[in-house]
Design a binder for this molecule. Structure first.
Ligand code: SF4
Ligand code: MG
Length: 319
């Protein structure tokens, strides 16, 4: 089976300009990210804030233009498409944000907000559009009584349901979820994750699921990519990653995840220091300033990505 989305060598470097407009430096926000996402599946992107996850997602929707790389959606490189060609594909790719409230018009009733994308794309008669809004409200666990309400009348969890409804209203195939549950209480988080899984089943959706919390990503992802300072350091099927994390950074992330069976408790790995600035990333392996296993070679030679076990990729000199 061919992937729905295949990202290869994606880079996004932001120039830092001085007051005269000259480029003084480059922030390498995304630096060589590759992964594949299949129809109806979820790819989880994890890493601490500022590691380039959101930038990756936004680049794929061409909200920002990439510096280099390719992204094939159903075989077509979306970065090479002309704007009008891209718009056709763009309908199949939607985004859900951490704070849906910020993107909801406070003066518009929810029903009208949800109808809007249909209007913009010239879909259906008024009656058909309203029917579609009602059915999508039902799908996300809201009802007719919510149609006439305003955004401020909803709780955080309900607003995220509305954010989902708006993303799904024009029948996308791929939804980029950027920290969709990070602002919610833990009990609400699992409701939304369960809803996402149900919707994925029902509608055969592919998700690119971005989160800083690996335990959130675990329950929805088929595969996970771990990012650090703009680079993907490990990429593996979720179960394999949790059973045998290979990269020292992944090992540290997983060591703090609570696990139900204390027999298998991992020793907590505390990383020294802070994440370095992406303006001045470390030489060699970008993780070497914090790695418990750092060797001499790590300080000068960047490790290359290797397939260590079937379908399990890691960039680290230990392997
Ligand atoms: Fe640590 Fe070296 Fe592996 Fe980097 S390459 S993660 S510094 S052991
Ligand atoms: Mg982010």
């Amino acid at each position: 089976m061919k992937p729905l989305l295949e990202v290869k060598g994606l880079k996004k470097h932001f120039p830092v300009r001085n007051p005269l407009g000259r480029t003084e430096a480059l922030v390498k926000a995304v630096n060589d990210v590759s992964f594949q996402l299949y129809e109806g599946k979820t790819y989880g992107l994890v890493g601490e804030s500022g590691c380039g996850k959101s930038t990756t997602g936004r680049t794929l929707l061409r909200l920002i233009e990439p510096t280099a790389g390719e992204a094939f959606y159903q075989g077509k490189d979306i970065f090479q498409l002309k704007r009008d060609e891209f718009q056709k594909i763009r309908k199949q790719m939607q985004m859900v944000f951490q704070d849906p409230y910020a993107s909801l018009n406070p003066r518009k009733r929810i029903g009208n907000t949800l109808e809007e994308p249909l209007k913009i794309h010239g879909i259906g008669t008024k009656e058909e559009r309203i029917e579609r809004v009602m059915s999508i409200l039902d799908k996300v666990g809201l009802g007719m009584e919510h149609f006439y309400r305003y955004p401020h009348e909803f709780s955080g969890g309900q607003r995220q349901r509305i954010g989902l409804a708006r993303a799904l209203i024009i029948n996308p195939k791929l939804v980029i979820c950027d920290e969709p549950v990070s602002a919610l209480d833990v009990s609400i988080q699992s409701q939304i994750i369960n809803l996402l899984r149900r919707l994925q089943e029902d509608l055969n959706l592919a998700f690119l699921f971005i989160a800083h919390d690996i335990s959130v990503v675990r329950h929805i992802s088929d595969r996970i990519g771990v990012m650090y300072l703009g680079q993907m350091v490990e990429d593996a099927p979720t179960d394999n990653l949790f059973a045998e994390p290979l990269h020292p950074y992944t090992q540290a992330l997983l060591s703090v995840v609570p696990i139900p069976n204390p027999k298998f408790k991992r020793e907590r790995i505390i990383l020294k220091g802070e994440i370095p600035s992406p303006l001045n990333p470390p030489s060699g392996c970008i993780f070497h300033t914090r790695c418990p296993h750092v060797m001499k070679i790590c300080k000068t030679e960047p490790p290359v990505k290797k397939e260590i076990a079937t379908d399990h990729f890691v960039s680290c000199h230990l392997y």
